[in-house]
Design a binder for this molecule. Structure first.
Ligand SMILES: [Zn+2]
Length: 443
């Protein structure tokens, strides 16, 4: 981008900072961030934050269609039709309260809702909803109407594109039958058949509220998908099952299959489905390693980079013991002159389990595209050490990655010490479906 193209962005930053920073300075910094590989949007935010401004882009995104709703949305504006509605009495902090719940739909999908207010909501009503938020209950997304929500009935509106009859209701029965390769995030309730590849119990919750959920993979002739069963449904490894009322939820834009006691489960003849898709056999399964509880040498893990933790990016180490130090102070060696290094700490989830990752210097260098001294120099020029982490987040976060390295097992569980990392190219995205999955709550 040349200065002419950058000028409007510079003006925008200048306005966000109330003119406290000159356009000339902003232009200089913006160019530096961009030359470093930071995307424009992030570069703008960084400059605004650096000079104490507020970033308007941090405002929550407004969601307007049911199919776009994700787990952490806090600002939903919808026009949707009430497909079912019911009332129940609940206790909220010891007080009895009557709430309404049901299912809302628009032309893109449907979603359960819970209304905590006194709005009159009837079947077939078309509602304009503002300021609703989502919550997850047992892996299922729900739209909630609360104190800050406005709910209005829209009169005289026809929902031309809303074909309610073709949107299957939640719960068992009536759901469309699909193959694994056809699963899409947010498609709601389906009927699906497949072979149970593994059943891995996991205890979630705490303080007397523990319960066991089950995760694994379900495979048919078209692919594999991770599932979470929220009850002990008696799933057995190797069995072919048919599940009516399985719920496909959206996890970071990927489909994930959820079962619970509302589903109808049937054990099928093994020939009921075609030859099982074998997928890629090369990467090891984190779930299997966790089950074994042992480390492993020179393994390949393929999974989603779920998070990147501090301290990552440009870090400083004690020259004596190599531990990461802050402000040139080592807990063991006192005041030291920290030595710059690059690394990534984070979590990778391959659908069967998650593992902590520590990526060594060389693979981190390959991710950021510059060596330690160059990264240090750039960070100094920008006066922003977090710039390296931002670059790493941009390149790895939520991406499907292949990592080769050793897995160590200690009191903290398993840790993958990554020697090589590769971001799996988008062309191979169908593979992602094999690698989704994240358990709820205790995750
Ligand atoms: Zn030390």
């Amino acid at each position: 981008m040349d200065e002419q193209q950058l000028a409007p962005h510079v003006q925008e930053i200048n306005q966000a900072l109330n003119g406290t920073c000159s356009e000339e300075q902003i232009m200089k910094e913006l160019k530096q961030y961009l030359s470093f590989g930071i995307v424009l949007k992030e570069a703008k935010r960084s400059i605004i934050r650096k000079y104490g401004g507020r970033t308007t882009e941090a405002a929550p995104k407004v969601v307007r269609k049911v199919s776009e709703i994700k787990s952490s949305d806090g600002n939903i504006e919808l026009v949707a039709k009430v497909m079912t509605v019911d009332t129940k009495e609940v206790n909220v902090r010891g007080m009895p309260r009557s709430i309404r719940f049901g299912i809302l739909g628009d032309e893109t999908g449907h979603c359960p809702f819970t209304s905590w207010g006194d709005w009159e909501i009837n079947n077939e009503d078309i509602l304009r909803i503002q300021g609703a938020y989502t919550k997850e209950f047992r892996g299922e997304l729900q739209i909630n109407f609360g104190n800050n929500t406005s709910v209005e009935k829209v009169e005289g509106m026809t929902f031309d594109n809303l074909d309610v009859d073709n949107i299957p209701p939640l719960g068992a029965g009536g759901a469309r039958e699909v193959k694994i390769e056809d699963l899409r995030p947010g498609m709601g309730t389906v009927t699906i058949s497949g072979k149970v590849m593994d059943v891995i119990p996991k205890v979630i919750g705490k303080d007397g509220n523990e319960r066991t959920i089950y995760g694994g993979k379900l495979a048919d002739e078209t692919g594999r998908i991770s599932y979470t069963a929220w009850n002990d449904m008696g799933l057995n490894k190797g069995e072919v099952i048919k599940i009516e009322g399985a719920y496909v939820r959206d996890w970071k834009g990927l489909p994930q299959l959820n079962f619970d006691e509302r589903c109808k489960l049937e054990t099928m003849d093994p020939d009921a489905i075609g030859e099982i898709s074998t997928g890629s056999d090369k990467p090891v399964s984190m779930g299997e390693l966790q089950e074994a509880g042992t480390g492993a040498e020179d393994v390949l893990i393929e999974g989603i980079m779920l998070d990147i933790r501090e301290p990552s990016g440009l870090i400083y180490r004690c020259p004596e013991c190599r531990k990461a130090v802050r402000d040139n102070y080592c807990n063991t060696h006192g005041d030291v002159q920290g030595v710059a290094d690059l690394r990534v700490k984070g979590t990778v989830d391959d659908g069967t389990g998650a593992v902590s990752l520590v990526l060594k210097r060389d693979p981190t260098v390959s991710v950021v595209g510059m060596d330690v001294s160059k990264a240090e120099q750039h960070a100094k020029e920008l006066g922003d050490e977090s710039v390296v982490v931002k670059l790493i987040e941009q390149r790895l976060l939520d991406k499907l990655v292949q990592i080769r390295g050793n897995i160590i097992s200690d009191d903290f569980g398993l840790t993958l010490i990554g020697e090589e990392i590769e971001v799996v190219e988008p062309e191979r995205e169908p593979l992602v479906e094999e690698h989704l999955a994240k358990y709820e709550e205790g995750a």
